[in-house]
Design a binder for this molecule. Structure first.
Ligand SMILES: NC(=O)c1ccc[n+]([C@@H]2O[C@H](COP(=O)([O-])OP(=O)(O)OC[C@H]3O[C@@H](n4cnc5c(N)ncnc54)[C@H](OP(=O)(O)O)[C@@H]3O)[C@@H](O)[C@H]2O)c1
Length: 287
């Protein structure tokens, strides 16, 4: 049987760590397939999808900026993906149909529970950023029974519409500007923040605001848990501030690996070698 193809689409995509740990997993499990990062510009998405030969394509991961637009060209979207309105994993079925999943929801929570040892239930949570991944994060937090959710974003209207799209499960949720004073005012009357999640791309190496933290240390309680979904650099600016006040931290690498492990299972039907993937991801990012 000819070698199969699998990969990830995004724009830009050259800094993705996914090929390193997915190829390590394919090799470890003896799958005759190669994982490639495919750079697909926003206006080329549907053309790229229709130009693919599906007979040797297992599927592909989907990252910025395609997670919402990809839904238009899929044959089926699973419940998690449809709830959050974003797909990050596409599987080519035996009948060559395209099925979409959201494994960010699983990756986010599993990494927080297993690597961070943190339980979100009953926590007052501050989420920073209202882009694609924030949809998955807010959807999971509201479903898992947090005490309250405050969603801060540079473009407040985006935070408003994100919250309007989600089922709140009775949890009080408020949008606010990504500004220290506005966040402090919004948090008055809530319990102390137990979890802060950075879903902005601020602080990301080669990103739009490299070296910057979305909030100052004054907003980070010493007993809070700060979870930055950015994974490069390994200690991000907000993590440095958090460590400075004594807070616990976790970066986005375990989430990246766990969401990718779910993708691996969906594409190959095999158990993902998570330890092999984690080691390869760490080597790719940390050298
Ligand atoms: N660890 C993982 O597995 C994983 C998975 C997915 C994503 N991520 C990371 O999460 C981050 C966001 O991803 P995404 O898919 O949600 O991206 P996205 O849809 O492009 O959203 C970007 C977010 O960052 C904000 N932002 C960007 N530049 C900013 C700046 N200079 N100042 C203030 N806010 C700024 C945007 O605010 P506006 O709405 O105002 O533009 C928006 O909230 C990325 O760094 C990505 O690498 C990690």
């Amino acid at each position: 049987m000819a070698a199969k193809r699998v990969g990830i689409i995004g724009y830009p995509i050259r800094h993705s760590a996914s090929p390193a740990f997915q190829n390590a997993a394919l090799q470890h499990r003896g799958v005759d397939a190669t994982f490639t990062a495919w750079e697909v510009a926003p206006d080329e998405l549907s053309k790229w999808v229709w130009s693919q030969d599906r007979s040797d394509l297992l599927g592909f991961g989907v990252t910025v900026p395609h997670k919402t637009e990809i839904i238009k060209v899929l044959d089926h979207v699973d419940e998690d993906a449809s709830t959050v309105g974003a797909v990050n994993t596409v599987v080519v079925t035996e009948g060559h149909r395209l099925f979409g999943y959201n494994t960010d929801t699983y990756g986010f929570l599993h990494a927080l529970q297993h690597e961070g040892g943190f339980d979100v239930r009953g926590q007052d949570v501050l989420v920073l950023g209202a882009g694609g991944v924030s949809r998955a994060v807010c959807g999971v937090l509201l479903r898992e029974g947090v005490a309250s959710l405050t969603l801060a974003n540079r473009t407040v209207s985006r935070a408003e519409s994100l919250l309007a799209d989600l089922d709140h499960h009775g949890v009080p949720a408020q949008p606010v500007a990504l500004d220290d004073a506005a966040i402090a005012a919004a948090l008055r009357g809530r319990g102390p923040v137990g979890l802060i999640v950075n879903c902005t791309s601020m602080g990301m190496l080669h990103g739009p605001a490299e070296g910057a933290s979305p909030i100052s240390a004054a907003l980070i309680p010493p007993d809070a848990f700060v979870y930055d979904l950015v994974y490069n650099p390994p200690v991000t600016p907000i993590m440095e501030l958090a460590r400075g006040v004594g807070a616990q931290t976790l970066n986005g690498l375990p989430m990246l690996v766990y969401q990718g492990a779910k993708g691996f299972q969906l594409w190959t039907g095999l158990d993902a070698p998570v330890d092999v993937m984690m080691a390869a991801a760490r080597k790719a990012v940390e050298g």
